[in-house]
Design a protein around this ligand. Structure first.
Ligand SMILES: Nc1ncnc2c1ncn2[C@@H]1O[C@H](COP(=O)(O)OP(=O)(O)O)[C@@H](O)[C@H]1O
Ligand SMILES: [Mg+2]
Length: 243
């Protein structure tokens, strides 16, 4: 199996006074076709970890390999290319461009990568999330859930080998949540690797591996996690596990 993602001794420290370490000695691997979930209380560093793993944020020490390429020694142009071709990121705050319509938001990453739009795939994705009629609307005319679905469809259209998803189902109802999850899961069957931050333990329990993060450290890794394992692992933090 090919390791699409490797992190070794990843540390992230902010240069504040005093310095603040957000991630401590993170080690993990993910293979092609694997679905990883990252769970943990709010403020435990999940978003920071996803950003460091995907090349959006720099590391303080350690290294990350994306598709066998080391991020720390990579030239900026190469990193930019890798981020257009190999990696998609579904942001917690959607990151839709307000001045662009739904359609233009959807095809933007493909346009930036000078790649053609697969209209069939686009139509299929839109129909699944009931957004076909809203293609010409602007993001601020959509509900939070609809914006989240556009952000997810935008990431899926790029067909990258690695997808990082930060709470991709947070704004969705239970039915949409499972459907979005099923979409991501289906991609893993054709070799895509998905790394998803979630507070939804029912979804985490359907992934191949769940990584529990607390105070910037991996406390447990569950292979083939079950609810019976995940619930007690997060039990102390229910009251703060809200964003
Ligand atoms: N750029 C930053 N400057 C200062 N503090 C930050 C920055 N990024 C993250 N943090 C802090 O780091 C901690 C982890 O944040 P985050 O990764 O967003 O956690 P999570 O996604 O698990 O809620 C939080 O306490 C947050 O306030
Ligand atoms: Mg977060």
């Amino acid at each position: 199996m090919t390791n699409l993602l490797v992190a070794q001794h990843l540390n992230k420290t902010l240069a504040t006074t005093p310095p603040r370490t957000l991630l401590h000695d993170i080690n993990l691997t993910a293979n092609a076709g694997e679905f990883l979930s990252i769970v943990g209380p709010s403020g435990s560093g999940k978003t920071t970890l996803l950003r460091c793993l995907s090349g959006l944020d720099s590391l303080t020490s350690g290294n990350v390999w994306l598709d066998q390429e080391a991020l720390t020694t990579m030239k900026p142009a190469k990193l930019a290319k890798l981020r257009r071709t190999t990696v998609s990121f579904i942001f917690q705050q959607y990151n839709l461009l307000p001045a662009l319509t739904v359609y233009d938001n959807l095809v933007l990453p493909l346009r930036l990568a000078k790649r053609p739009v697969d209209q069939n795939q686009l139509n299929q994705l839109l129909a699944q999330v009931h957004l076909t009629a809203k293609l010409n609307q602007y993001p601020n005319t959509l509900s939070g859930g609809e914006q989240q679905k556009v952000a997810i469809a935008r990431a899926l259209l790029v067909n990258t080998r690695l997808i990082f998803a930060d709470e991709p189902t947070g704004a969705l109802d239970a039915q949409s949540r499972q459907m979005v999850f099923n979409n991501l899961k289906a991609l893993t069957t054709v070799g895509t690797c998905v790394v998803m931050v979630t507070h939804d333990l029912e979804l985490a329990a359907q992934t191949d591996c769940a990584i529990v993060l607390k105070d910037g450290r991996i406390t447990t890794i569950f292979d083939h996690p079950t609810m019976a394992q995940l619930v007690p692992a997060l039990a102390d933090h229910w009251e703060v596990a809200s964003c």
